[in-house]
Design a protein around this ligand. Structure first.
Ligand code: ADP
Ligand code: MG
Length: 283
């Protein structure tokens, strides 16, 4: 199979996705029969296998899977930062052919530029605005993430949680319809993480943005995910997609929450009788 590294997108894929049926265009993200290989030391290895995933406008989808199963690669492909071998990937009914303002991304490490003030980190990619509009836009996004008044601070003056808030503000500053989040709270302590989970839901509601989040925290995947995508170890394949109900998902002490948790754990520890016994205690 021919390898496509960098940003060379195969023409056949573009045609295929443009020709997608109208019904599929209701989905803001459509990934169909996606395969991805990387080449290492001259040998290619498959990272993603036959991924089929559609995300509806306004939905919050979470993705869980073992380390190295291709979760980050999948997000980068959806965002247009990484190319793919075969299959189709579209956003808003158009084949993805590179990164654009329609899709923002937040990474585990906040990737703020230490020499720039917070306002300039957020405003880094903003184009076509007057100075006054830009200032107002940045102030609005800082308020959205609970950091009103921090315009002139430097990243070194912020805690981990605050830096991640800035990264979210930066991800949203281009007014994307989709925000992809790659383990954004992975480096935060447990209490800050829970606070951020609540806030990301508020932000999603206020901004009406479709969100797809990769996380290794199963509680987080349940609490946030209207649907939870469970991936197998490499090559990453979708094993199951769990649709959650809002009451169970948002009540961490509910029996429904515990049942989702047990179901997810069973995917990752299928062979462990001891684990399954422990999991029985969860519900
Ligand atoms: N640009 C790249 N070139 C070669 N191999 C890569 C590249 N990016 C990721 N990989 C490899 O692909 C596999 C999946 O990576 P990744 O998508 O980061 O997994 P995850 O996010 O699920 O931990 C890993 O084995 C990783 O080393
Ligand atoms: Mg990753």
């Amino acid at each position: 199979m021919k390898s496509h590294q960098g940003n060379e997108f195969p023409k056949a894929n573009r045609k295929k996705v443009i020709a997608m049926k109208k019904s599929e265009q209701e989905n803001i993200i459509t990934v169909s029969h996606l395969n991805k290989e990387f080449v290492k030391d001259g040998t290619s290895f498959q990272v993603l296998k036959d991924i089929d995933l559609s995300v509806k406008k306004g939905e919050f989808v979470t993705i869980v899977g073992h380390s190295g199963c291709g979760k980050s690669t999948l997000l980068k492909i959806i965002c247009g930062l990484v190319s793919y071998q075969d299959g189709g990937v579209s956003r808003n009914g158009h084949a993805v052919s590179g990164p654009d303002a329609q899709c923002g991304m937040v990474f585990q490490d906040h990737r703020l530029l230490p020499w720039l003030k917070i306002k300039d980190n957020i405003g880094f990619g903003i184009r076509n605005m007057t100075k006054a509009e830009r200032e107002e836009h940045i102030a609005r996004h800082l308020e959205l993430v609970g950091l009103k008044g921090f315009e002139n601070a430097y990243p070194s003056q912020l805690s981990g949680g605050m830096s991640q808030r800035v990264a979210i503000a930066r991800g949203l500053a281009g007014n994307p319809s989709i925000l992809l989040l790659d383990e954004p709270f992975g480096a935060l302590d447990a209490l800050t993480r829970i606070q951020m989970q609540k806030e990301i839901l508020r932000i999603q509601r206020e901004e009406k943005v479709t969100m797809v989040m990769v996380t290794h925290d199963i509680d987080e995947a349940i609490y946030l995910g209207e649907r939870i995508v469970i991936m197998s170890a490499r090559p990453g394949e979708i094993q199951e997609i769990i649709t959650t109900d809002k009451y169970s998902r948002m009540n961490r002490g509910s029996s429904g929450f515990a049942a989702y948790k047990k179901k997810i754990y069973e995917h990752f520890f299928q062979d462990s009788a001891e684990f399954l016994q422990e999991a029985e205690y969860m519900i």
